[in-house]
Design a protein around this ligand. Structure first.
Ligand SMILES: C[S@@+](CC[C@H](N)C(=O)[O-])C[C@H]1O[C@@H](n2cnc3c(N)ncnc32)[C@H](O)[C@@H]1O
Length: 301
């Protein structure tokens, strides 16, 4: 970590003139345009959770219950109705996904340091064709893992197997130099602790490439109300394993700012980018970012 790093994030629309800056950055802008203004090889981790290409807007509404004589019966039999008091949304309609994600994969790779790792968070809609692009841009030898994040929430189709997992594709910049610290990762309870003995059972086991983790709980302290917010627990695993303290982290699709919140808690400096002013507002309040006066985008020297 640079000696001058103070950790107070700055809200900006520009890359800093010199690298590293003395604070974390939250940049409002289009991911490709903004990434192109940063110097090569400066991030130890990129966590990217782009739109999945669902073809519709992602929306989260905040609702409040109010008493309503003609509403449904609630607590104590008193009738109530739900009223929408707020809404956040972003567009997830991308006609040509490879044309969208391809150039951004190239930029993410350019920005990684020689010990760096990319975690690209997708689901069944685009993970297969995106993996081919990743192989092309990084090289097949740089593929590290396909992580399955399995959760159990929401409706269940009875016409097919209900889809309850996301896919996180992991690629490293250099397969002979990448950083990976298994000892820094939280451990999981054994499924059959009686089979491994008390000492091992107490230590738990190293997670595999299948991560069972709840979605962000509705009433949990993490919940921001931003659509498609990811749980800190899964991002913490990535940051803990693939960065050292002081290693810069980048999230080019910040949303509610999960990467920033995790990086901050682990003592890693970060840059987050999002083009949606609503995301910037939520992420800024989550990580305590303050505004800068500079407005024009500037390349890092
Ligand atoms: C899936 S959400 C990210 C959620 C985030 N990981 C979290 O935990 O809250 C994707 C985000 O990408 C942003 N986005 C979509 N296209 C973008 C682009 N071309 N440039 C920058 N941000 C973009 C959207 O505004 C949205 O906030």
């Amino acid at each position: 970590m640079p000696a001058t790093y103070r950790g107070a994030p700055r809200l900006t629309s520009a890359a800093p003139r010199t690298w590293p800056p003395p604070h974390d950055l939250l940049v409002q802008g289009e991911s490709l345009d903004v990434m192109r203004t940063f110097a090569s090889g400066i991030f130890e981790l990129v966590y990217a959770d782009p739109p999945f290409g669902t073809g519709r807007d992602q929306v989260r509404r905040t609702v409040k219950a109010r008493s309503a004589p003609d509403g449904r019966p609630g607590f104590g039999g008193r009738p109530y109705a739900l009223e929408t008091v707020g809404e956040t949304r972003y567009s997830d309609d991308i006609a040509d996904y490879p044309a969208f994600i391809g150039p951004r994969i190239e930029e993410m790779r350019r920005l990684l340091s020689s010990t760096g790792t990319l975690y690209l968070h997708l689901d069944w809609r685009q993970s297969h064709r995106t993996k081919l692009l990743l192989d092309e841009v990084f090289g097949e030898e740089c593929f590290l893992n396909e992580i399955v994040w399995a959760y159990d929430f929401g409706g269940r189709s009875t016409r097919r197997w209900p889809a309850k997992h996301d896919t996180i594709l992991v690629y490293v910049k250099d397969p002979s130099r990448y950083h990976f610290d298994a000892a820094a990762v939280d451990r999981e309870p054994y499924m059959a602790p009686g089979l491994v003995g008390p000492e091992k059972a107490a230590r738990g086991k190293l997670p595999t490439d299948v991560w069972w983790h709840t979605i962000v709980p509705t009433n949990g302290h993490e919940k921001t109300g931003y659509p498609t917010q990811k749980p800190e627990g899964i991002v913490r695993r990535m940051v803990s394993a693939s960065t050292r303290p002081g290693g810069w982290c980048l999230d080019p699709f910040a949303g509610s700012g999960t990467l920033g919140a995790v990086a901050r808690s682990l003592g890693r400096p970060f840059v987050m980018i999002d083009q949606n002013p609503e995301a910037i507002r939520v992420a800024a309040s989550r990580v305590g970012a303050t505004s800068t006066r500079r407005r024009s985008a500037t390349a890092v020297a």
